[in-house]
Design a protein around this ligand. Sequence first.
Ligand SMILES: [Zn+2]
Length: 162
Amino acid sequence: MAVLDTSALLNWPIERCRGQIVSTLQQTELASVDEQRWLLIETLEMDWRTASPDQLEMVQDVASKTGDLPRLSDVDIDLLALAMANQTKLITDDYRMKNVAREAGIHVEGVLTTGGKKQWKWILRCIGCRQTEEVSNDAHRSKKDDVKVCDRCGSPMKLKRA
Ligand SMILES: [Zn+2]
């Protein structure tokens, strides 16, 4: 269960949106941004809610503390309040909402990153002597060619997950 911001409603596969918590304030927003999408979302059994004044006030307090309040919309505040009140995670890529959510102890996930997947880092590893090194910022970029040859043995170095 999660609270979805409008970019999630626009970008997530429709089946993944079904049954999630959304704010009634998003209905007009969604309809004006993408009417086709709204017509589709309207047919789903979404959990439409509106935060209570107390809940909104709690978010406003946190957001004024972080300094994000002046740039948050009514929809943003409602979504944060719904996530806080229902103790569910919030799906958003908005950095201001993320910032307030962190301060409020709300768990946030990005819209375009699927849950559970962690970020990873690439390193170079020599196919000969197995020496590894960091990818430098002036690395040769090509989809096919080797990035570089090993300084120690001259074999090609390949990108590997660290
Ligand atoms: Zn080597």
